[in-house]
Ligand binder design. Structure first.
Ligand code: ATP
Length: 271
């Protein structure tokens, strides 16, 4: 099991991320460039943007993108899910937030990733003292990230409209990057990426052509990257299931994919 908030350079690379070309460019420019060449920003008298908010429907690659950019920048990666920080004891959630930022400062260059950010810092509500203390602790830490330091904070949410507006000011989560549900050609790119990364050189050209067609069919309409991963897993299991005893595993066939399409349903219902 992974320790909470454990920091290490992730081994996810951009090769494992399908589609999302524009997102990749933006993240590289916002995070990898200033980590690699901070003097470019200094020469221009600019502070790099220290906080980025990835937003969009669930399962479309926000976590994957955060890991890939940390890997590209060779930065350590500390990931935490918003709800994991909520603690019923007075002051404990705020303390956890302070500790995470302290750990990030000690692990520079570092990407500090808050998944499900909305559950942690939703709009302050006068009647809820605890949530407003958490928002304030987060704002204090975000404002305290030294512009010369190499600490980058990435937040992820499906519902940016639920966040406390103060979070979105410049110097905090000042840059918004939208991670959308894939189109048909993007699904094809994602599914091929998944097949190549899982099967390595056992993914033949012929197989990838089939995969391309499968991902574009109407029954895959509305599938997220997470749904496409589940599609692959179902096809792979179908292939294992039909294996003959004492025979090597056959390659994935169109039948395996059709069986998988019968099982998987899209998970994002109203994008
Ligand atoms: P959530 O909002 O639920 O946290 P998310 O947007 O962070 O979702 P991820 O956790 O990054 O989504 O994606 C879930 C899984 O779906 C990934 O582990 C990966 O297997 C697959 N996936 C999603 N998007 C892509 C993609 N663009 N390329 C390849 N795989 C993808």
């Amino acid at each position: 099991a992974k320790r909470e908030g454990f920091s290490a350079i992730p081994n996810t690379t951009w090769d494992q991320v399908g589609a999302l070309r524009e997102v990749r460019t933006q993240m590289t420019q916002l995070i990898t460039w200033p980590i690699a060449e901070p003097e470019l920003w200094a020469t221009m008298g600019m502070d790099p943007v220290s906080g980025v908010l990835l937003w969009g429907p669930p399962g479309c690659g926000k976590t994957l993108v955060a890991k890939a950019v940390a890997n590209e920048a060779q930065a350590s990666f500390i990931a935490i899910k918003g709800p994991e920080l909520l603690n019923k004891f007075v002051g404990e959630s705020e303390r956890s937030i302070r500790l995470l930022f302290a750990r990030a400062r000690q692990s520079q260059p570092c990407v500090l990733f808050f998944d499900e950010l909305d559950s942690l810092v939703s709009r302050r509500d006068d009647s809820n003292d605890a949530s407003s203390r958490i928002v304030n602790a987060m704002l204090t830490e975000l404002d305290g990230v030294d512009s010369r330091s190499s600490v980058y904070v990435i937040g992820a949410t499906n519902r940016p409209d639920c966040l406390d507006e103060a979070m979105l000011r410049p110097g905090r989560f000042g840059s918004l990057v939208f991670v959308d549900l894939p189109s048909a050609p993007e699904r094809a790119d994602i599914l091929k990426t998944i097949v190549k990364s899982r099967l390595g050189n056992k993914a033949t050209g012929e197989m990838l052509e089939e995969v391309d067609a499968i991902a574009r069919t109407d029954s895959a309409d509305g599938f997220s990257g997470a749904d496409l991963t589940s599609l692959f897993n179902n096809a792979a299991f179908h292939c294992i299931e039909r294996r003959q005893p004492n025979e090597p595993l056959p390659p994935l066939s169109p039948d395996d994919w059709k069986a998988a399409l019968d099982k998987v349903r899209k998970s994002v219902l109203n994008p």
